[in-house]
Structures are given as structure tokens and as C-alpha cells.
Design a protein around this ligand. Structure first.
Ligand code: GTP
Length: 308
């Protein structure tokens, strides 16, 4: 006879959070706390995450056991991070977080009722508990972002593209949404490098990337695919809409001013577009966009070709 076995799996992260009183968000009002208690608890709790959103969410919730607030806003421009919790209040007080000369963002507390001096002094004491967790979270964010970004053009790199494309394909299948891709290549780019030098070529690449991103809703979906080639993922976008976006990008790239050594140069791009077919792989979708791009080049450049 088989002995019944019991398997226990413990998610240590969740277990730890539960112990610290941070399981699923509770609807029960949290017990009021003294400043000392809260500082001690926050110092432990905030270390349990590397996500700025979670750290600040916990902070906003727990701080209210001592100082009721209506909203908390956070901004760290260098990380392109803006977070908001709660609803806006009439009165506000702002703090700049920094540690040993390192800027860690700006925080704004908001409340409909004016904050009194004692509450401000309590908030300032509690803010200290945010310093190390936020510094670690920002460092972690910078590291993960730089691993996924092309530093020249500030677009996603190939690793990011591979991950995002597969995720978007899975989502499109699950929700029965269309998905299209545009492959965009600068025309006669070699000539710019050969005539004006590699640095001028780099500057043109940056300008083209900027022009593309300004035209799109979701700039996180632009990737540098090769030397002078970009891939744009258009989620929930069918063939006709993708054609319109592609044409808009072509015009935007063409009408952009490109200055090289004080002279304005003309520049155009060609594009290939494909829309995901039932059961199609990522490789096949990209291959069809690339084939369409080849057609656009062959037919004279400065145009968009649609995959069949
Ligand atoms: N400046 C610069 N040039 C690059 C970079 N990556 C690739 N290139 C150059 O991009 C050029 C691509 O040239 P080709 O593939 O011949 O294409 P093209 O001149 O754009 O011509 P068509 O695509 O046929 O219109 C090559 O000269 C590469 O050296 C980069 O990061 N910076």
C-alpha cells in the first residue's frame, strides 16, 4: 500500500510578507501605530521588494496608521518613473529624496486637510525608511532596463524584442486580437556613413528613432533590430491599421530635419509590414515583414510594402 505523502511548497517571499502583515491587501482598517513601531516595521517591510510601485504602495498604506493622507505621488525623471497612489487632496507637501548625493526622486504627500507640524515631522522620520529600499529598487530598475535597451537609440534591444514579441503573440492568441509588425530600414544609410562619418550616422539613427517614437502610442514597442533597422510591434492592430501607421512613420521620418556638419540632408526610410497568421511562429512573422521590406527596397525605396 502506498503511504500517503504530503508535499508542502512554501513561497518564502509570500510567507515572509504574510508574517510581516503584508499578504493580500486587507480591507480591514489597519491598527494605529506609534512612530517608533512604524519606523521599525517599515524598515523590515520595505526591504522585501525591489519594485518601486510595491515599496511605495506599502509605504503609503502603512504611513496612514500614523498620519492620514489622501495621496502620494512619486517621480524619478532619470528612471522615467511616475507613480501615484490615492486621490488628490488640496494641500500638499513635497520632499526630495537623496542619499549621499544620489538623487532618489521627489515625493508629494497630499491631503484635503492641512498637515500640521507634528505630522510633517513624523512623515520626515518615516521617509528615512524609504531611502535604502528605493535606492536598491532604482539600481535594480536601471540594471534591468540597460540590459534590455539599445543605448544609442534608446529603443529596446534584440533581447527585449525577442521577449516582447513572444509575449505579444501569446496575448494576441489568447484574446483573439490581431498583431502586426513593421520592419523599418533607413535608405542608403551606408552613404551617410561613407560621406559624413560614423558619428554623423549615429546621430541620424538617434533622430530616426526619436521620430518613430513620437508617432507611437506605446514607445516601449520600438526595437533596434539591426544596424539601421527598427522593428515596431503593433499590438491589437490589424493589417489596414498597421498600413496606416507604417505610412505615418514613413512620412514622419522623411519630414524630419537631419543636420550633418551644419548641412541639412534628405533621408527616407522603407518599411515592410506583416500581420500574424493563425498558428504562425515569431520567426515566420518576422521573415514575412523582412521579405516585404525587401520588396519596398526593390521597388524604389521610400515606401511601405505589405506582406501577402
Ligand atoms: N553609424 C552607424 N552605422 C551603422 C551602425 N550599424 C550599422 N551601420 C551601417 O549601416 C550601413 C548599412 O548599409 P547597407 O546594409 O548596405 O544598406 P543601406 O546603405 O542602408 O542601403 P539600403 O538599405 O539598400 O537602402 C552599413 O554601412 C553599416 O556599417 C551604427 O550603429 N552606426
Amino acid at each position: 500500500m502506498k503511504t500517503p505523502t504530503q508535499t508542502n511548497a512554501i513561497d518564502f517571499d509570500s510567507a515572509k510578507l504574510q508574517r510581516l502583515g503584508f499578504g493580500q491587501p486587507s480591507l480591514r482598517p489597519r491598527r494605529p501605530a506609534t512612530l517608533t513601531e512604524l519606523c521599525q516595521q517599515l524598515s523590515q517591510q520595505l526591504q522585501t521588494s525591489l519594485e518601486p510601485e510595491r515599496i511605495l504602495g506599502l509605504f503609503f498604506r502603512e504611513v496612514q496608521r500614523l498620519v492620514p493622507l489622501d495621496a502620494l505621488q512619486y517621480r524619478h525623471v532619470a528612471s522615467d518613473l511616475r507613480l501615484e497612489f490615492g486621490h488628490r487632496g488640496h494641500h500638499s507637501v513635497s520632499y526630495t529624496l537623496s542619499h549621499e548625493g544620489e538623487h532618489l526622486g521627489e515625493l508629494v504627500f497630499r491631503r484635503n486637510q492641512r498637515l500640521i507640524d507634528e505630522e510633517l515631522s513624523q512623515l520626515e522620520s518615516l521617509l528615512v525608511t524609504l531611502l535604502y529600499p528605493m535606492r536598491n529598487a532604482l539600481l535594480y530598475r536601471a540594471a534591468t532596463r540597460s540590459a534590455l535597451r539599445d543605448s544609442l537609440t534608446e529603443t529596446g534591444n534584440r533581447v527585449a524584442m525577442d521577449q516582447t514579441l513572444q509575449r505579444e503573440i501569446d496575448m494576441a492568441r489568447r484574446h483573439l486580437h490581431p498583431l502586426s509588425v513593421l520592419m523599418l530600414d533607413i535608405d542608403h544609410f551606408k552613404k551617410i556613413n561613407d560621406t559624413h562619418g560614423h558619428a554623423a550616422g549615429d546621430s541620424v539613427l538617434r533622430t530616426v528613432a526619436g521620430a518613430i517614437k513620437r508617432q507611437l502610442r506605446n514607445v516601449d514597442m520600438v526595437f533596434r533590430f539591426g544596424g539601421e533597422e527598427f522593428l515596431i510591434l503593433l499590438s491589437n492592430t490589424g493589417r489596414d491599421a498597421a498600413k496606416m501607421v507604417g505610412e505615418r512613420l514613413r512620412q514622419a521620418a522623411q519630414s524630419q530635419d537631419y543636420w550633418v556638419e551644419g548641412t541639412r540632408i534628405e533621408l527616407t526610410v522603407s518599411l515592410g509590414c506583416s500581420t500574424l497568421l493563425a498558428a504562425e511562429s515569431a520567426e515566420s512573422l518576422l521573415r514575412r515583414a523582412d521579405n516585404a521590406l525587401y520588396v519596398a527596397k526593390r521597388e524604389g525605396r521610400n515606401r511601405l510594402a505589405m506582406a501577402g
